[in-house]
Design a protein. Structure first.
Length: 151
């Protein structure tokens, strides 16, 4: 009987060793698969980030180009105003003032672009925070009045 017990113990130890080996191999395979999945996720995330940056850059460039085109249109409109209005008298001086304003605005839009306008607005708000706040409240009030439904 002692022989059977020893034999049973040996078989149990062999089975335990095989189970431990199988568990170790399964753990290694799982770790390798998890590493591969993590690598693929990082790769996909990196590609998505690059695509997002490219799209944002394209949108920014399109906005800058549109701003420049608007500035060019202002300058063309200034020329049209000058050509189609009288050169003298009160109407002529008023038309010249309007044309000059359009031309200066168009030049500003072309030179500064959208980013320059944003910087200028930010600086103006920093220099005049209380008036900027009041203007914001006024615009908010007007928008609320325009968009609210009348009972």
């Amino acid at each position: 009987m002692a022989n059977n017990t020893t034999e049973f113990r040996n078989k149990a130890q062999d089975a335990t060793g095989k189970a431990q080996d199988a568990a170790g191999k399964a753990l290694e395979a799982g770790q390798a698969a998890a590493g591969a999945v993590a690598d693929k996720a990082r790769e996909v995330g990196s590609e998505a980030w690059k695509a997002g940056q490219h799209a944002a850059s394209a949108v920014g460039n399109a906005a800058e180009n549109a701003t420049s085109r608007v500035g060019e249109s202002f300058q063309n409109l200034a020329q049209t105003v000058r050509q189609s209005t009288p050169n003298q008298g009160m109407l002529g001086s008023a038309a010249e003032s309007v044309a000059s304003g359009l031309e200066q605005g168009g030049r500003y839009l072309q030179q500064e672009g959208l980013s320059g306008m944003t910087d200028d607005l930010t600086n103006m708000i920093k220099r005049n925070p209380i008036p900027a706040l009041l203007v914001g409240i006024g615009i908010g009030f007007l928008l609320a009045r325009v968009t609210s439904s009348r009972s």
